[in-house]
Unconditional design. Structure first.
Lengths: 579, 93
């Protein structure tokens, strides 16, 4: 039994069997398997060897003509080593003798060879150690690749333990069987955290080296409420958590009663609650929780789940599918927000020094107009089939907004020439997620139909905190008075210009901030589907007058601690079961 | 089980590097016999003549004496073909 403490990023508790994903570019931790698992590990190694040989032979076939004999000879040597019977025998002996995973056995045997190469006096031969590393990486890459494949073809419930989950990895998971996540690195708003919350699964991140301490097949408790992971729990802990889970189910059932009731304060002020989605299928779950539409469709997943950029048709299909599921309810489509922590396929090869301040999101789109137009055309074609609204992310200057709108008008003209129907007066909005946009909201308000506040980026850029760096993630706080002032001012500007202001950042889905946002005048909240009932519960428990008093009080504080403490107290008075 | 043995000296320009090793293992692997290679000189070592890894690690430089031992039905033929490869400097110029 072992207890690990990390950052709680998605609530809930799960008790299940672990599947551990090693990272290809990190040292493989020593992992042991049960005696009954040994033959399977030997078989996995055999498959990985075969796959490796096939890959190298394919590479070799490709180089003969162009790169010449030298390189072909290197690949021949790799094949020779991969087919080496003594290597095979040594790895098998390691797996059987030490009862380790194939990954670890390969790394032990290859390290032994690498040491021998290093010791050689012959310079030429000692440099061959690079080939040994290359071969090791290839075999281990194939072993890990099998695990990825396995995670896409599960048949039992599991929790996934990984160093860090990449968007492409989570996209490939068989969601029917994944029950929770725990990772070595990450913060509250890392990709893993966002996906876990969207799926309504418990997750704990920033655990340090959990991948080295858990073995595939171990029983693990992930407590996403307290940020705790228990490896191989004892009877008492199992009983405790089973009981906690039963109580939670009771609270969820009570919240489910609110599904068809309006988000209205006790003195009759109505608020709209919408959902953030990543894939059209997410709409069904969100509507089931009582969402009144989609306030943020993150279209990145279209790009991350396939090997090449999606075609206009693929975009169109996804949007048309979403509108069919929504049956007339609104769909706010955010145009491509790739870059920084989310790379598209073509961007993966050129790392930026400071990606969060780099060529991401709308900037990337304006640098690749043909790609941008493919998405805009699909949105416009879908615009006749429901209540579609378009939203540009990461706008930081007026010029960017005007350029983006110009590209959109170009697309409209093209469609008109082609005789394709579209909605000319489609509502155009922008995200407020860069401090410059928040401070200039008054100018922007004259050129768009709505604002949507993206709190994750607004907080990171205002407070200069990398939200995925666990060493500073604690500084990332929506309650910081600087952030609250920006939010308050943007809402005021919206009211003055009579344009709608919504919030689609994570803050909108945290019941702790509901009273405050309500009191500041926010009338449209967009959040992950599972968060809708709790936020609605807070709204239905207060009067608008009270919310305004809370907001006035909060805006007089000068530290985030005061803000959070006060909000926790006030919310607990109204909804005791919320915390 | 028949056995055969022969002593040779490495004379090609760079010794038993990757490519010569590949050629050696290629030929050795065609025979049913077990083939062992013993490196003499100042740092004696043994290798399985059918293992690329072990043969590379022998690091036999030019001038190194080798003894090739084979055991099996085709031992004599194996030893003679391998000795010829070494004596022919692995086909290098």
């Amino acid at each position: 039994m072992e207890i690990k403490k990390g950052i709680a990023v998605s609530p809930g508790v799960v008790i299940s069997t672990a599947v551990v994903l090693d990272a290809e570019d990190l040292a493989i931790p020593e992992r042991h398997v049960g005696a009954e698992q040994v033959p399977a590990e030997v078989a996995r190694f055999g498959q990985a060897l075969e796959a490796s040989i096939a890959q190298v032979q394919e590479l070799r076939a490709g180089v003969t003509a162009t790169a010449g004999k030298e390189i072909a000879a290197i690949f021949d040597a790799h094949v020779g080593i991969l087919k080496d019977k003594t290597l095979l025998a040594q790895v098998e002996k390691e797996i059987k003798g030490q009862k380790t995973t194939a990954e670890f056995a390969v790394s032990v045997v290859m390290r032994r060879y690498a040491d021998l190469f290093h010791k050689m006096s012959d310079r030429y031969l000692s440099e061959r150690v690079k080939d040994i590393h290359d071969i090791e990486r290839r075999i281990i890459g194939n072993l890990i690749g099998q695990k990825h494949y396995d995670l896409a073809h599960l048949s039992d419930d599991v929790v996934v333990i990984a160093h860090d989950l990449l968007p492409s990895q989570t996209a490939a998971l068989d969601r029917r069987f994944v029950r929770g996540f725990a990772t070595d690195v990450g913060g509250r708003t890392s990709h893993t955290a966002i996906v876990a919350r969207a799926m309504g699964l418990p997750a704990v991140v920033g655990l340090g080296n959990i991948t080295a301490e858990v073995n595939t097949g171990d029983v693990v408790i992930i407590d996403g409420n307290h940020g705790v992971v228990i490896i191989n729990p004892d009877q008492e802990q199992l009983a405790d958590y089973t009981e906690t889970n039963r109580r939670r189910v009771g609270i969820d059932e009570a919240l489910a009663q609110l599904k068809d009731l309006p988000g209205r304060t006790t003195d009759g002020h109505e608020v709209t609650l919408m959902a953030n989605i990543e894939v059209p299928e997410g709409i069904d779950e969100a509507l089931g929780k009582g969402a009144q539409g989609v306030g943020l469709y993150r279209t990145e997943f279209l790009y991350l789940t396939r090997p090449t950029e999606p075609t206009e048709e693929e975009h169109y299909e996804a949007y048309a599918d979403s509108l069919r599921r929504l049956k007339g309810r609104p769909l706010v489509i955010r145009t491509l927000d790739l870059g920084a922590d989310k790379f598209s396929q073509s961007k993966q090869q050129s790392p930026e020094r400071n990606p969060f301040l780099g060529d991401r999101s709308i900037r990337m789109c304006l640098h690749d107009i043909p790609m941008f137009k493919r998405q805009l055309r699909a949105i416009m074609r879908a615009s006749t089939q429901g209540d579609v609204r378009i939203m540009f992310p990461m706008i930081s200057t007026l010029m960017e907004l005007r350029q983006a709108k110009m590209v959109l008008y170009d697309v409209m003209e093209d469609l008109e020439d082609e005789g394709v129907e579209f909605r000319r007066d489609i509502p155009i909005g922008m995200m407020i997620e860069v401090p410059s946009a928040a401070l200039m909201a008054d100018s922007f308000a004259k050129e768009v139909n709505f604002f949507s506040i993206g709190t994750n980026d607004l907080i990171q850029y205002t407070l200069a905190v990398d939200r995925t760096n666990e060493k500073v993630a604690g500084l990332f706080c929506p309650a910081h008075p600087a952030v609250l002032k920006l939010i308050r001012d943007v809402i005021r500007v919206g009211q003055r210009h009579n344009i709608s202001v919504s919030m689609c950042g994570e803050m909108a889905g945290e019941p702790l901030y509901t009273l405050l946002l309500l009191g500041l005048g926010l009338t449209l909240f967009s959040m992950n589907g599972p968060d809708v009932p709790e936020v609605k519960k807070v709204i239905r428990s207060t009067t608008m007058e009270h919310a305004r008093q809370v907001a006035r009080r909060v805006m007089s504080f000068d530290s985030e601690r005061q803000v959070m403490h006060f909000l926790r107290e006030e919310t607990r008075k109204l909804v005791p079961e919320a915390f | 089980m028949p056995t055969a043995s022969i002593e040779v000296v490495i004379t090609n320009s760079h010794g038993l590097h990757t490519r010569p090793v590949m050629q050696f293992v290629d030929i050795a692997s065609r025979f049913a016999s077990e083939i062992k290679v013993h490196k003499g000189g100042s740092e004696p070592a043994d290798a399985d003549g059918k293992s690329v890894m072990q043969m590379i690690i022998l690091a036999a430089e030019p001038g190194t004496p080798l003894r090739i031992d084979a055991e099996g039905a085709d031992a004599a033929e194996a030893v003679s073909q391998l000795a010829k490869l070494v004596e022919d400097k692995f086909g290098e110029e």
